[in-house]
Design a protein around this ligand. Structure first.
Ligand code: THU
Length: 132
């Protein structure tokens, strides 16, 4: 499935759909994430919790895994929502995950509008800091 890069409402709808698959019996806080890859591919993820609470997988983890499973590439557009369909901010750890896979130009629909990752995770540590 593909979503046009400027179609934030379609991307948000895909995140809402993803949230309906969340496994969140402990927090009762479903999260859905949706993103577009640089070839137009739509990617989704939902949070998956665990009886060992700290083992929780955020929605972004599944989304990034799907990016790689379906051919790799870079994330260009991203949004995540809660069970009410409200846009939420990715947690700090997941900002780092998204930065690795989309870089500073990744666009995110945030609680304060569409913003680039360079604002959502300023002065990020990233692959360019490693001498490899
Ligand atoms: N959660 C995510 O899936 N992504 C985020 O960026 C924020 C938090 C999930 C983890 C946990 O299952 C629930 O939200 C409550 O923290």
């Amino acid at each position: 499935m593909t979503v046009e890069p400027g179609d934030w409402e379609a991307l948000r709808a895909a995140a809402v759909e993803a949230a309906s698959h969340a496994y969140a019996p402990y927090s009762r806080y479903p999260v859905g994430a949706a993103a577009i890859a640089d070839d137009g591919r739509l990617l989704q993820g939902c949070n998956v919790e665990n009886a060992a609470y700290g083992v929780v997988l955020c929605a972004e983890c599944g989304l990034v895994s799907q990016l790689h499973i379906t051919g790799g590439g870079r994330l260009t557009h991203f949004v995540c929502v809660n069970g009410e369909g409200d846009v939420i901010m990715p947690c700090g750890r997941c900002r780092q995950l998204l930065y690795e896979n989309g870089g500073r130009d990744l666009l995110l629909m945030t609680v304060s509008g569409v913003r680039p990752m360079s604002e959502v995770l300023p002065d990020a540590f990233g692959p360019e800091d490693l001498n490899i």
